[in-house]
Design a protein around this ligand. Sequence first.
Ligand SMILES: C[S@@+](CC[C@H](N)C(=O)[O-])C[C@H]1O[C@@H](n2cnc3c(N)ncnc32)[C@H](O)[C@@H]1O
Length: 240
Amino acid sequence: MAEVTPYKTGESKKEQVAQMFDNIAFRYDFLNSLLSLGIHKGWRKKCVKLLEVNNPKIILDVATGTGDFAIECVKLNPNKIIGIDISEGMMKFGKEKIEKSGLDKLITLEYGDAETVNFDDNSFDAIVVGFGVRNFQNLEKGMTNLRRVLRPGGKLVVLEFSKPRNGFVKWGYNFYFNKVTPFVGRIFSKDIRAYTYLPESVKAFPDNEQFVTILKKLNYTNCSYRSLSFGIAAIYSATK
Ligand SMILES: C[S@@+](CC[C@H](N)C(=O)[O-])C[C@H]1O[C@@H](n2cnc3c(N)ncnc32)[C@H](O)[C@@H]1O
């Protein structure tokens, strides 16, 4: 898989990704809602619904960013939700939101890298990752480590952008993602690269069946995916 990085400097993808999210953190929630017209909220809700049957009590939200997925997981009535991310800038806004909602006893956000995650084996009943896996420097290393900290029988739910297959949708999507998104993103986030990196990284990501194949190869079981909104995003689920 070709490595797509935000700034094309000599730093590692991980350093560039953390830098980029630090840069855009102050506008992340606003631009998410504007650019997706609020659709992203419904997608996270669908992911959380998939976990209801498992009744998870200890949940890990990987690449938590500003914490929206962690906050949505509160609906599952767990005992603890831990969010990890490599961007302190994103988590600063997440922590503020969590404190304001009075959820700081239930949800903690802390620095953590999916690829070197240092929790004990079998620590979590469920793991969620929203729009994070595409940004991992080493996707397989990340997914392997997440499996390690998931308990046997625990469920992984990944939400990620994907490439639509239908010709007409593809045309509209390409125009929106390659032209509108970078233009609006540049104006509001003041980071010229962040919103051109977005379509580039989606294009390079092994989506749908390809990601399911990777999960199977890494010994996840019950691996499947479901396309959302004409194929512009997908939910992947798997168990350990
Ligand atoms: C697009 S944001 C998604 C935030 C949030 N999950 C959501 O649903 O809105 C992607 C996040 O992934 C984080 N990230 C990228 N690589 C990571 C890694 N290896 N470990 C942990 N977080 C990572 C970034 O810092 C960023 O905050």
